[in-house]
Design a protein. Sequence first.
Length: 184
Amino acid sequence: MQVGFYFDQTRCIGCSACRVACKDWHDIPAGPENWMMILYNEQGKFPDVFVSYLVRPCYQCIDPVCIPVCPVNAISKREEDGIVVVDSEACLGNEECDSKCLKACPYNAPQFGPEKGAKMRKCNYCLDRHLEGKLPACIEACRTRALDVGTLEELKAKYGSIKEADNFKYSERTKPAIIFKPKQ
């Protein structure tokens, strides 16, 4: 089984409620470390303007490239649900490691805090909540209902199988677990 995300790009207004909920739930201090990022894309000139947003958590890739490059095997993929998790205690930290996981990930999901010796962390699909049968904090916070989660099979049955959206290119190498309703 593989869990994943659904993102309706036509509904997202870029409010950052998902990002704030993530930081709040995981006690991530204000600053550059963001496990949920919001990308903004603007094109054209008035009166033909196009604006879109893209959420970028860890997409819980089916074939994550961050795992094999970690020199201390601090990153693993749970067999029972496909969630990619980090053992931050095993991580060497931002001073001793050359950040191969961050460099390998095409979505910049691995994050280090700004402090010296910060350990790598990333979106973990709110594993603690998932194990209790609850939705991730970002999903509950989205007031426009642009986000959803479930198994990839459930998401495909409910929303289709579109793998690309504005400002997002699907990687056949990593196979991110995400389904889109793209903004045209």
